[in-house]
Design a protein around this ligand. Structure first.
Ligand code: CMP
Length: 154
């Protein structure tokens, strides 16, 4: 069963350029519930940990430098089939290949400065959501932890 939650990041370039509110509006208008959100700035350690799967790749150091260069927004999005739905709205990682009307087509500058992030599977969504948010924060924002874990409450 596909999960109903994903993690969205609005990256430093989009925040600096003043696009965050428009992006949140587009997400809302596309039928996502924004379950929890926060503005924060990643430390080098945190960015390295979040992107550990890319360690060793040629773009890793530059990605970490970019992601720590200013504030970002992290948000938990809720919608049926959230991972795929948010990836469709974001568009391709490389904005040159993103479809018209997608967020990356509108707001991204390059493959690295690509405005937003989304989880690529339900399993990663769970890990990424709990990288940025505690269970307490999600519960206090009205989120159902059982649903986020994609398990049925007994
Ligand atoms: P995202 O999918 O959000 O998370 C990993 C990021 O690494 C990706 O967005 C891009 O910003 C960046 N990235 C992936 N591939 C490349 C690449 N070939 N060159 C530069 N940046 C990349």
């Amino acid at each position: 069963m596909a999960g109903n939650h994903t993690l969205m990041l609005i990256k430093p370039n989009a925040v600096k350029n003043g696009f965050a509110q428009n992006i949140f509006l587009e997400v809302h208008d596309a039928g996502f519930k924004i379950l929890a959100q926060k503005k924060l700035q990643l430390s080098k350690n945190e960015a390295e940990a979040f992107y550990y799967v890319h360690e060793g790749k040629p773009f890793f150091n530059s990605l970490v430098e970019f992601m720590t260069s200013g504030p970002i927004y992290a948000a938990v999005l809720e919608k049926e089939n959230a991972v795929a739905e948010w990836r469709k709205l974001m568009g391709a990682t490389d904005p040159a290949k993103a479809e018209e009307g997608t967020i990356r087509k509108k707001y991204a500058e390059s493959m690295e400065h690509n405005a937003v992030h989304g989880s690529d599977s339900d399993e990663n969504a769970l890990n990424e959501i709990f990288f940025y948010f505690s269970a307490r924060e999600i519960v206090n924002a009205g989120g159902d932890i059982y649903q986020i874990h994609n398990i049925v409450k007994k």
